[in-house]
Design a protein around this ligand. Structure first.
Ligand code: ADP
Length: 444
């Protein structure tokens, strides 16, 4: 089911990316095409305008009323005309009849079908003649007062052959379409790659979440089952006194305490996931803060026949969230007590290292093997689950510790303690960047 959802999501991302790419390519293609076509026609249109002003000024028409193609001499007379060889002019009388067919020679047969549309005076148009010749045209109305009697009061259709431009355009369009097609195909691969890339963290956190929920359910089920069994047992013995069932009641009670601790831890981790925790960073005098925090634990240690010692701490201050660091120490000291034998000593110390400070909890207990050192910070990970059950562990403590340290932009590592046991070394910046909510490269 989850795979189906993920695949649907990935497909949606792919389609979105692909549509995005397609829109960009089409827009780019259209813009390039339009710009290229305009650039092509600009010089032709310019030539037509030059020709028009030349005609209206009576320029070359005083000598030669019609400019015809393929006559180099005309270029000189046309003066400013840019492409005179390619220029043909049709002269229409008021009735729309071509009056310069003699000068057009053999081309008249092809051009005679062109009709006069007086409404197009002053307008630029593209026309096709004889099914294959393309011209850009400009229609000019010559005033009656024009010095050249041959054209005075007539209509001139100045035509510029644009077949080379057309050919270049179609070549360019072909190249453009092929290029766009290739890039369009590439964009499919790109879209697949991008959708995969986007999905990767989603899939990762999805997997982590599923695993977390599965583990949490599993952890919750055990104490609940025990409590339920004990209560059902009590119901079968309605006449018993509490004293008779004290052991079962005590077990149910301790399991419910375990359940409470578990739900608290789960809640802390859920908050760490959603980044909703309100932190309260404040400048703290570390020595007195540690002294104050450790005190109650020394009594607990003593009651277990162990010793908890706070090594002398130099005078320094650091910015930290006292509640969270208290929780961190609680986890580390609790573990040190859980995993070390009677008569052993747990030492807590703090020192300044450059612009950071370290909090070290060292015990003389069972220690953590090299292989396990990274994994013990994973959620629900326990080196020896049967032992942890006895000690009441749920494998969440160090994940929470890791999250707290991350929130402070620090790091936590475990080392071997000499001659045996382990050392949990927490390194924290003196002044963490407050308010950023910590970096979560690795979720606790
Ligand atoms: P738990 O609640 O089981 O202690 P933690 O996340 O706090 O869960 O610790 C994970 C595991 O790391 C523990 O199950 C234990 O195996 C190991 N561990 C933690 N602290 C110590 C320690 N001080 N000495 C030896 N092993 C430890």
């Amino acid at each position: 089911m989850s795979n189906k959802v993920n695949r649907a999501q990935q497909w949606r991302l792919f389609v979105n990316n692909f549509i995005g790419f397609t829109i960009i390519f089409v827009l780019l293609g259209v813009i390039v095409f339009v710009l290229f076509r305009n650039a092509m026609l600009t010089s032709t249109d310019q030539a037509l305008r030059v020709e028009r002003s030349s005609r209206l000024n009576g320029g070359m028409l005083t000598k030669k009323p019609m400019v015809q193609g393929k006559q180099p001499g005309k270029q000189v007379q046309a003066g400013k005309a840019i492409h005179p060889f390619m220029t043909t002019t049709l002269i229409f009388n008021d009735a729309g009849k071509i009056t310069n067919h003699a000068q057009l020679g053999s081309r008249y047969d092809t051009l005679k079908n062109i009709t006069l549309d007086k409404s197009q005076v002053g307008q630029l148009h593209t026309i096709q003649v004889g099914g294959k010749y393309n011209f850009r045209t400009l229609l000019v109305k010559v005033p009656k007062s024009n010095s050249d009697k041959l054209v005075a009061g007539k209509y001139l259709l100045i035509m510029e052959n644009i077949d080379p431009q057309k050919a270049a355009m179609s070549n360019f369009t072909r190249v453009l379409l092929i290029t766009m097609g290739v890039f369009w195909l590439l964009s499919i691969l790109m879209s697949i790659w991008m959708s995969r890339l986007t999905m990767r963290p989603i899939l990762k956190s999805w997997g982590r979440q599923t695993e977390f929920v599965g583990n949490a359910a599993h952890e919750l089920r055990t104490p609940l089952t025990i409590i339920q069994n004990k209560l059902e047992l009590l119901l079968t013995k309605p006449n018993d006194k509490i004293i008779d069932q004290a052991e079962n009641i005590a077990i149910a009670n301790s399991e419910s305490q375990r359940l409470q601790k578990l739900t608290q831890d789960l809640l802390a981790l859920a908050r760490s996931d959603s980044n909703t925790l309100q932190t309260n960073f404040e400048n703290t005098h570390v020595a007195s803060f540690l002294q104050h925090t450790v005190e109650p634990y020394t009594e607990i240690a003593a009651s277990q026949g162990k010793q908890l010692v706070l090594a002398p701490v130099v005078d320094f201050s650091a910015t930290l969230d006292q509640n969270l660091i208290h929780q961190l120490m609680n986890i580390l000291i609790d573990n040190a007590l859980k995993y070390s034998p009677k008569g052993s000593t747990i030492t807590l110390s703090a020192k300044v290292v450059g612009r950071k400070w370290q909090l070290i909890v060292a015990d003389q207990g069972i220690g953590v093997s090299e292989d396990e050192r990274k994994r013990i910070f994973d959620r629900f990970y326990r080196v020896d689950s049967s032992r942890s059950r006895q000690t009441g562990g749920n494998g969440l403590g160090l994940s929470i510790a890791h999250w707290i340290v991350n929130l402070h932009h620090g790091n936590i590592a475990v080392k071997a303690n000499y001659p045996h046991g382990s050392q949990f070394v927490t390194t924290l910046p003196m002044n963490p960047p407050v308010g950023l909510g910590g970096h979560h490269e690795k979720k606790a």
